[in-house]
Design a protein around this ligand. Sequence first.
Ligand code: FES
Length: 245
Amino acid sequence: MHRRGFLLGCTALGACDSVALARSIEASADRRSGGRSEDVPRAWTRSLLVDPHGQPLKAGEIPERRTLLFHYPFVGTPAFLLNLGRPTRRAVELQTEDRDRYTWAGGVGARRSVVAFSAICAHKLAYPTREISFIDFRADASPASRRRDVIHCCAEHSQYDPADGARVLSGPAQQPLAAIVLEHEPATDRLYATATQGGELFERFFASFEMKLSLEHGDRAMQPSADVCVVQPIEAYCRQLMRCA
Ligand code: FES
């Protein structure tokens, strides 16, 4: 992702506070990592994940095979949190559309079953809004999705495997969903979102949906997520879920 172009674009849109904060987070991430590398996750705010009542989410209490939604790494960028109910693979080698390679570490929590990915489809950026979502996790197979335990986008039927780093299983998407890096605190079972990895599409996303995002999130859409992120079932956020089958 061309982060610098994105930041300049934000400046042009007048989101100066967001830009300053994003730039300082980016600079601090670069300092920690010793420079930019496609295989190094990009650090953003370290956000504690909480339930709609403000209580810290416990990894062991996340319902299995349900679509949960939060917004990260920006106030306006949706992400899925999933407890797959089984361990994922570890150290999965993946590649973006631009052929940048990266390694997805796998699920976290006691069972290594909790994962998070950007909910912005890697094809044409379909994403969950308050009105409707064309993309979500499908626990069961259907005539349209055919497979169980996949992330399915009804727009043009791209399908991703969340147990395999959101690798593309079928459909027109050319790269996995960007991964949200989670940190699990074993002593408390709390979860933090800390970084993103893979083919980020936030620049295109903001350019494509600026007006819609400002209606949904006001002038905060492009601001980095706060240090506390509310996680909720997708049904509580979206009025309608497209099932396409
Ligand atoms: S936008 Fe998701 S498959 Fe086209």
